[in-house]
Write a protein that binds this ligand. Sequence first.
Ligand code: ADP
Length: 377
Amino acid sequence: MTEHTTAEKATGINYRHFFLQLLEAAPWPVLVIDRALTIRYYNRHVCSLFGVTGSLQKVKLDQLITSAAMIQLVRESIASQRPQSAEFNEGPSGPCWKVSVTPLEHHKPPAGQERLREYHYFAVAIEDLTELRRLERVRRDFVANISHELRTPLASVRLLAETLEDTIETDPEQAQVFVERIEKEVQYLTSLVSELLELSRIESGQLPMVIEPVEAQQLVREGMARLLPQAQRHRVRLRTEIRDGQVLVAADSKQIGRVLVNLIHNAIKFTPSGGEVVVGTFAEPDGCSQRFFVRDTGVGIRPEDLPRIFERFYKVDRSRSKFDYLGAGGGGSGLGLAIARHIVEAHGGRIFAESTVGQGSTFFFTLPVARAERSTR
Ligand code: ADP
């Protein structure tokens, strides 16, 4: 103590105050407990983690932490007088906590002695690794998905090339069919790679955006015009439903055009012949944003798939889109909606979908109204 007092006097530092500030500066919950598990110090992150509003002074750690495994780890550190740490998972995709227990010297060991024989206090740090582990999982899935997406068409190109070799002399007509199928697979691979590059550019904020006031109805009409031939080819009725179409939205027309084309393309792809796709827009009641929608009378999306369709590579059912409605090669990469989400969010908007299996789906997105330039018409 005298040592502290001297040091405090010499440096002008109040060590207790200093220590409490350090505790608060820690980016995650930290507690100091004694050998009987009584809480002596804690920071505000402890209170928010456990939803505590009152004081935790003198509360026992095992009254606060209900996990027997975590308390066991703390007891082990106390018994062994050594640091201990472990991760605790609640299910493969549930919360993940890393708990570290460190014995604390409450005074300097006597000269010649390396460390104290008995520790009275222990620091318990609780780190939330849930997000980190989730990101690791996303990265792993991403690599696995890319490999899968590349491997399948590559395997068929190899197979087709081998067969081509055998037939080129004997059956030129059949050989031509193989050449066309190879071209289709290569086309798919090329578009997959360019979509991947596009997505990574958007995600890293490298896609330059030219945000200008543009009439909502112009975006809708252009999107519809671009996909009319495709709708006709698949005998799907395509029409617009425009309300408040003269409202000016703050948008990069080219990028939003891509979003609409993607949504309409999907709607046609998942709607059987004789069905209908409606593209429309209307003003939100708040007057600050404009809503766009693409509604179809197609196959619909199951409730369990709905929250996931905006994820990279998420496809509900590979065979369904590929063969039933557009024929082989019509299946997409599963990246379209992920790209659409990034573009809309980069505009400050939201994208979401509603669906009933067997009846159809509606995709919505919002865009901010261009401020000070709202049309008065
Ligand atoms: P893809 O390139 O496979 O179409 P998307 O990211 O555009 O990828 O869509 C992801 C998945 O969401 C699709 O594979 C499909 O399962 C589902 N989906 C998208 N739009 C629709 C729709 N209008 N109706 C039914 N399912 C849809």
